[in-house]
Design a binder for this molecule. Structure first.
Ligand SMILES: Cc1cc2nc3c(=O)[nH]c(=O)nc-3n(C[C@H](O)[C@H](O)[C@H](O)COP(=O)(O)O)c2cc1C
Length: 329
């Protein structure tokens, strides 16, 4: 069963550009096998807020609200697409979100922001973060700001240049990338950790005006590498054979993806990713559910990056090697 991530659009102007950003986001989510229905307040003719959905007696809410409530209850996460109006979120977005409350609870959200200018709507996104937290759908750390929306995306939401980054999604951030039940929170990485981390520094070369220096999909590669290592570590940590087999399979899939595109990992080193992967695998939220055996993993990864992403990398042998190199606690 695929994840469900409603894409909530917040502009209703007849000349709005926001549909481009929403279509882009939907395309990227669907490409990852995620069900991403558009919530378009203009198309839905969502009224200005009179009563919140929960204020209607049961069964008496307008159909549009009833349908949205049904959709939101099925949602695993939300992706909110916001323009910037006077350094704030558009009133239509606020109106769209305000109709509901409990229906958002315990699901993470991602923000795609955009503007006609160079800042990509980030000032509005900062306000949106506060609002989403209050609604119970706190946003993940990654943002996807789209500056100069009219030039960046065409009407169908297709990037006009190759420099357009991909949106935050249920498979591209620390919130997932591994099989996790909905509602489980991800670890928030502190900015200082990123800057100290050699893997991160190398993975994020400065983006200048020279297109050859741009690395638009690097953040996806770093996430995939970290997840690959985390899954491998989990496979080694699992005392239960079936649980270990599941993580081994997740590792195989991630490994095959990176092995198929060697250019993506060129110039990277494994050390920073190793530290992050071990930390991710050992996050307290995994401990109880997964029945881990206590290991202390070595500070340095026992494999080189070249070994890890080589075709034919033997996951079972790697798990055994990890178990041997780990100190039992
Ligand atoms: C009322 C209004 C206020 C705006 N304020 C800002 C702003 O503060 N910062 C900015 O970068 N762009 C601003 N813009 C330009 C929008 O970024 C641009 O028009 C964008 O396409 C709006 O999204 P929409 O087309 O989906 O409505 C504003 C546009 C409108 C209509």
């Amino acid at each position: 069963m695929s994840l469900v991530v409603p894409v909530i659009l917040g502009s209703v102007r007849s000349d709005r550009q926001g549909l481009r950003a929403a279509r882009f986001a939907i395309g990227e989510l669907e490409r990852r096998g995620i069900e991403a229905p558009l919530v378009d307040p203009a198309e839905l003719k969502l009224p200005l807020l009179d009563r919140m959905y929960k204020e209607y007696p049961k069964g008496e809410a307008p159909t549009v609200l009833e349908d949205l409530a049904t959709l939101y209850r099925r949602a695993d996460a939300f992706l909110v697409v916001s323009a910037e109006y006077n350094h704030a979120i558009p009133p239509a977005l606020s109106n769209t979100l305000d109709h509901f409350l409990e229906e958002y609870s315990w699901r993470p959200s991602g923000i795609v922001c955009y503007s006609g200018g160079q800042y990509g709507g980030v000032r509005a996104a900062m306000q949106l973060r506060a609002m989403l937290a209050e609604l119970g759908a706190s946003s993940i750390p990654s943002l996807l700001p789209i500056p100069r929306i009219g030039k960046a995306l065409d009407e169908a939401g297709a990037p006009r240049t190759s420099g357009c980054r991909r949106p935050p999604s249920a498979s591209s951030t620390s919130w997932s990338g591994t099989p996790r039940p909905c509602g489980r929170s991800g670890r928030r990485e502190r900015p200082t950790e990123r800057h100290r981390d050699p893997g991160w520094r190398e993975a994020c070369p400065r983006v200048g005006t020279d297109p050859s220096r741009r690395a638009p999909f690097m953040s996806e590669t770093t996430t995939e590498l970290r997840t690959l290592l985390a899954n491998l570590v989990r496979a080694a940590l699992m005392s239960d054979d079936r649980a270990s087999a599941l993580w081994r399979e997740a590792t195989r899939q991630g490994q095959a993806k990176l092995a198929a595109a060697p250019a993506r990992t060129e110039g990277l080193t494994i050390e920073g990713f190793w530290t992050q992967g071990v930390r991710e695998a050992e996050a307290p939220e995994y401990r109880e559910a997964e029945g881990q055996v206590e290991f202390g993993f070595p500070a340095l990864c026992p494999f080189s990056l070249a070994e890890l992403v080589a075709p034919g990398f033997d996951v079972d042998a790697a798990v055994e090697r990890l178990r041997k190199s780990a100190a039992t606690g």
